[in-house]
Design a protein around this ligand. Structure first.
Ligand code: NAP
Length: 248
């Protein structure tokens, strides 16, 4: 059985979708969870309410992860309440899809800033306490398209492929200090992000999944929960693909 009792977990982008599922799952296993959000305050507070109503412990914390000064302020606020994450889940992510030649500089910069730099800034702030304790878990949420590539997502797939490479380098660099760094690469998961896709794209994606359906936030959260737990203490630098066989 997975128990995270006594652990502090920060989940970025936990107001909705996969991040909310991860926050609920880690809290159900006993971790105290910092539910980060960017703009959706009421949704983040709803996640916190649900966790508390189920007997868990959580609080909401605002910060846009793509801004290094905001991430510093976020960790200062956590520090002020004696909350030093043992578990960091870099989940916050966005898309700005278009054909490569139509992607603007801003489409590239925004996606790389949130999806890649956000994870880098949060990891940088979380590491010192983890190294001091000699134990930590960093889990980066990449994507199937970081591995397979995808037309219309050059910016997004570049951010997600780079995030996986960043994870492997951190795993190699910080294993000595007891910090495990792994990647979870979801496939096609039912959330607001995929609800926004045109119907024909959704149909095409569904038809490429051997298990014949989209995944759920809870199914991604199960993998994160295992990676966050002591059950995976000899696992670092790896990617867990949660995609129904979409990419083999
Ligand atoms: P989603 O439903 O669109 O939710 C995105 C979350 O990220 C929200 O909580 C949002 O917070 C937060 N966020 C966005 N920009 C942020 C910022 N600058 N700072 C902090 N938080 C920010 O997305 P999702 O589908 O759950 O995706 C979650 C992660 O899984 C992303 O990294 C995504 O790339 C990855 N992923 C998703 C799929 C899929 O099929 N859904 C597949 C592969 C990978 P606010 O609501 O406060 O803005």
């Amino acid at each position: 059985m997975i128990t995270l009792a006594g652990k502090a977990a920060l989940v970025t982008g936990a107001s909705r979708g996969i991040g909310a599922g991860i926050a609920l799952s880690l809290a159900a296993s006993g971790a105290e969870v910092a539910v980060n959000y960017s703009g959706s305050q009421s949704k983040a507070e709803e996640v916190v309410r649900q966790i508390i109503s189920e007997g868990g412990s959580a609080f909401a914390v605002q910060a846009s992860v793509e801004k290094p000064d905001r991430v510093k302020a976020l960790f200062a606020a956590l520090h002020a309440r004696n909350f030093e994450p043992d578990i960091l889940v870099n989940n916050a992510g966005i898309t700005r899809d278009n054909l490569f030649i139509r992607l603007s500089d801003e489409d590239f910069e925004t996606v790389i800033s949130v999806n890649l730099k956000g994870a880098i800034y949060c990891t940088r702030e979380a590491l010192p306490a983890m190294l001091r304790k000699g134990y930590g878990k960093v889990i980066n949420i990449s994507s199937v398209v970081g591995y397979s590539g995808n037309p219309g997502q050059a910016n997004y797939s570049a951010s997600k492929g780079a995030l996986a490479a960043f994870s492997r380098s951190c795993a190699a660099e910080f294993g000595y200090g007891g910090v495990r760094v792994n990647t979870v690469a979801p496939g096609f998961i039912k959330t607001d992000m995929t609800a926004a896709l045109p119907e024909e794209i959704k149909k095409g994606m569904l038809s490429s999944i051997p298990l014949g359906r989209a995944g759920t936030a809870e199914e991604v959260a199960n993998a994160v929960n295992w990676l966050a737990s002591p059950l995976s203490d000899y696992v670092t630098g790896q990617t867990l693909h949660i995609n129904g066989g979409m990419y083999l």
